[in-house]
Design a protein around this ligand. Sequence first.
Ligand SMILES: Cc1cc2nc3c(=O)[nH]c(=O)nc-3n(C[C@H](O)[C@H](O)[C@H](O)COP(=O)(O)O)c2cc1C
Length: 169
Amino acid sequence: MGTIGLFYGTDTGNTRKVAKTIAKKFGEGVVDIHNVAKATAEDLAKYNSLILGTPTLGDGELEPTWEEFLPKLDEVDLTGKVVAVYGLGDQDGYGHEFVDAMIILYKKAKERGAKLVGSWPTDGYDFTKSKSVVNDEFVGLALDQDNQADMTDERVSEWIEKIRADLGA
Ligand SMILES: Cc1cc2nc3c(=O)[nH]c(=O)nc-3n(C[C@H](O)[C@H](O)[C@H](O)COP(=O)(O)O)c2cc1C
């Protein structure tokens, strides 16, 4: 088992692709990737360090398989666990609800007792509004494969260096 459990949901595969990029950058054997469409709450509870990733879909909403998985977290005590979130969105098409779903994962993890790490500056993005911005920062890593795919690799690298020690990796 790796040190970090990465749990993601996806509609068209972008969030899975980023999950693989994150895992690769942490190094071999560090990150176990789980699709929430197939995962259980027990799978998640095994890890002391977690990364949760979702795209924003619908009208600023969580990806549907995450929507189904999220209530299962109510069975899991996340006290003492460290959690970082990342979210995919489209700042051009959905500039009024850019990466809104990220805050849903963030709030749930916090509510269950986890320590949240990995907030991220809003510099370099062009959007009007996001529920996932708290105290002028995104609550996790915001990525935009629709408009800024060329920036993803570098953003992921920087974010990982920011959270690596907190996640014990
Ligand atoms: C129907 C639909 C609704 C979307 N709604 C939002 C939204 O409210 N906010 C946002 O930032 N992005 C929104 N997006 C953009 C997606 O989050 C983005 O394309 C993401 O990369 C998809 O990730 P996935 O391939 O993992 O499903 C939407 C995309 C679609 C197709």
